[in-house]
Design a protein around this ligand. Structure first.
Ligand code: UN1
Length: 486
C-alpha cells in the first residue's frame, strides 16, 4: 500500500490519512491512501503557483518542450506499469488502461511540439507608420480539477497544454484515483519541471475546489466532471471573472439506420455503450434504431452484450471491469429500477460475484425505451443503454437531438448522403460516422454543446484558446533621429 503526498513547490507534504484508495475489482486490496487536506494547504498551493508564474511564464519554449518530451518518453516506457496501476485503482480492464497510459504519452508528446508552435501576427495599423502585434501570453495560474474515469489521460490533456503555454497549475485529482495523479506529477518533475509549476493537492471539491474558486490569484479553471458540479464551477468562475472550461455530462445518441452494416453497428454500439463500464461522458447511452432494422439489430446486440465478460480489471479476458464504487453501483441499479417502473424491459444489469469481492454489474439494455424515460434523459454513467425504436431517419435525428446534452453523436449508415446530413444537423460537439461515440483522438479538439461543455475546447491546437491570452500591442516607431541614421 502506498501513502501519497501533496506536492507543493516541489515539497512532499504528508497529512492525516484520507480515504483509502480501494480496488473496485477487489475490495480487500487497498491500493494506497491519500492525505486529507485543509483549506490552508490549498491556499498554500495556489500562492506557490502564483509565485512561480512569472518565472515559468518567461521560461524558454524549448525548455517547456523538453520537459514534456522527456515525460512523454517515460510515460510511454512505463505504460504497462501505469496501466496496471490505473486498472487497479479505477477498474478499467488492463488493455484499455494501458491504452489510456499510451494516450497520455501521446498527449505529452503532442503538446511538447505545441510548446514550440507559439506564433503571433504582425499587421499594419490603420494609422500610418504604426504596426500592431498580436501575441499570446500564458493565462497565469490554472486550477485543474479532474474526474476518476480517465485518471491519467484527462489530467495530462489539461496539465500538458498548461505547461506548454507557460502556465502554473494547482491540480486537484478525483479522490478515488490518487495514484495516477501522483505518478504523473512525479514523472513531470523528474523530466525537469521546476518546483512550483505543478502543485498537487488532494482532497474534497468542497475544500480544494472551493479554495481554487475563491482565490483572486487564480486566472482560470479547467474542470471535467458531473453536470451538477460543473454548473457550480461555471457560475462561480463567472462571478470571479476568471476563464473557465468545463466538460460535463453526455447522453450520447448512436443512430442505426436501415442501410447500416449490422455486425459493424453492433460492435460499435457494444464498444460505445459498455467499454470502460459505460463510465465515460462520451458513452453511447441512447441507441436509436429505425424500425426496418430494429429487431435484427437488437437481437444481435443483446447476444453480443450477454457474451461480454465481466470481471477483475487485471484478468486478461475481462471486457467489462467493475463499477468504480458502491455509490456509482447504487446509482446504476436505481436507474434500472426507474426504467422498469417507467415501462422499459431491462435485459442484463445483474450484480454478479467473482473470485474477488468487487462491484461487478453485467451490461444492461433497456428495450422498448422511449426518449422521455428518465433512463433516456439523464446520464447514468454506468453500463446501461436505452434502445429506442424510431420510424425512420428523420425521427432518429429528432430524437438524437432532443437532449439537454450535446457531447458526441454517432450514426451507423452506409449512405454518404445520410452521413453528411447527420454530420451537419447533429447538435453535438463531436460527430462519429460508423465509429463509437466514445474513444477520441488526442490531436484534435474535444468538447460539446449545450449542457455538456462550457468554454473553449480542450485538446489539439485549440487548447491554446483556454491556456493562453491574447495581447494586442500598437507600435509607433516614431521618427528616426537624424544622428541615428545608418
Ligand atoms: C474518450 O471517450 O476517449 O470524462 C474520452 C470523459 C471524457 C473523456 C472521454 N471527458 O469520459
Amino acid at each position: 500500500m502506498t501513502r501519497y503526498h501533496h506536492l507543493i513547490g516541489g515539497e512532499r507534504i504528508a497529512g492525516e490519512d484520507g480515504p483509502d484508495n480501494i480496488n473496485p475489482s477487489d475490495l480487500d486490496d487497498v491500493v494506497g491512501v491519500a492525505p486529507d487536506t485543509s483549506r490552508e494547504l490549498a491556499r498554500h498551493a495556489i500562492e506557490t503557483a502564483a509565485a512561480t508564474s512569472a518565472s515559468w511564464g518567461n521560461s524558454s519554449i524549448e525548455r517547456r518542450a523538453h520537459v514534456l518530451n522527456r515525460a512523454a518518453t517515460e510515460v510511454h516506457a512505463r505504460r504497462d506499469e501505469l496501466g496496471e496501476l490505473l486498472a487497479r485503482e479505477e477498474g478499467k480492464p488492463l488493455r484499455e488502461a494501458v491504452a489510456e497510459a499510451t494516450r497520455a504519452a501521446n498527449l505529452l508528446s503532442f503538446f511538447s511540439g505545441e510548446a514550440l508552435r507559439v506564433g503571433g501576427e504582425i499587421v499594419p495599423s490603420v494609422r500610418e507608420g504604426m504596426t500592431v502585434e498580436v501575441t499570446r501570453e500564458p493565462l497565469g495560474v490554472v486550477g485543474v480539477i479532474t474526474p476518476w474515469n480517465f485518471p491519467i489521460a484527462i489530467p495530462t490533456w489539461k496539465i500538458a497544454p498548461a505547461i506548454a503555454w507557460g502556465n502554473t497549475v494547482v491540480f486537484k485529482p478525483a479522490e478515488n484515483t490518487p495514484g495516477c495523479a501522483a505518478e504523473l506529477v512525479d514523472i513531470l518533475h523528474r523530466a525537469g519541471l521546476p518546483d512550483g509549476v505543478v502543485n498537487l493537492v488532494y482532497g474534497k471539491g468542497s475544500e480544494v475546489g472551493d479554495a481554487i474558486l475563491s482565490s483572486p490569484l487564480v486566472d482560470g479553471v479547467s474542470f471535467t466532471g458531473s453536470a451538477g458540479v460543473g454548473d457550480t464551477v461555471v457560475s462561480r468562475s463567472a462571478q470571479a471573472h476568471i476563464r473557465v472550461q468545463a466538460e460535463m455530462g453526455g447522453k450520447n445518441p448512436l443512430v442505426v439506420v436501415g442501410d447500416a452494416d449490422v455486425p459493424l453497428a453492433v460492435n460499435i454500439a457494444l464498444s460505445g455503450a459498455y467499454h470502460s463500464t459505460g463510465q465515460r461522458c462520451t458513452a453511447s447511452s441512447r441507441i436509436i434504431v429505425t424500425d426496418d432494422i430494429h429487431d435484427r439489430f437488437a437481437e444481435s446486440f443483446l447476444e453480443g452484450m450477454q457474451r461480454m465478460r465481466v470481471g477483475h480489471a487485471l484478468d486478461e479476458t475481462t471486457e467489462v471491469g467493475p463499477v468504480v464504487d458502491q455509490r456509482q453501483l447504487d446509482q446504476d441499479l436505481n436507474y434500472l429500477d426507474i426504467a422498469r417502473r417507467e415501462g422499459g424491459q431491462v435485459v442484463g444489469g445483474h450484480v454478479v460475484e467473482r473470485d474477488t469481492r468487487g462491484h461487478f454489474l453485467t451490461p444492461a439494455a433497456v428495450l422498448g425505451a422511449t426518449p422521455d424515460m428518465t433512463v433516456s434523459r439523464e446520464e447514468v454513467f454506468g453500463p446501461v443503454a436505452s434502445i429506442i425504436r424510431v420510424a425512420d431517419y428523420d425521427e432518429a435525428l429528432t430524437v438524437a437531438n432532443e437532449t439537454e446534452f450535446g457531447l458526441s453523436s454517432g450514426i451507423c449508415t452506409s449512405s454518404l448522403a445520410i452521413a453528411r446530413d447527420y454530420m451537419r444537423r447533429a447538435r453535438a460537439g463531436m460527430v462519429m460516422v460508423n465509429a463509437p461515440t466514445a474513444g477520441v483522438d488526442y490531436h484534435v479538439p474535444f468538447g460539446g454543446t449545450k449542457r455538456s461543455s462550457y468554454g473553449p475546447r480542450e485538446q489539439g491546437a485549440y487548447a491554446r484558446d483556454f491556456y493562453s491570452t491574447v495581447k494586442t500591442a500598437y507600435v509607433n516607431p516614431g521618427g528616426i533621429p537624424s544622428s541615428g541614421r545608418f
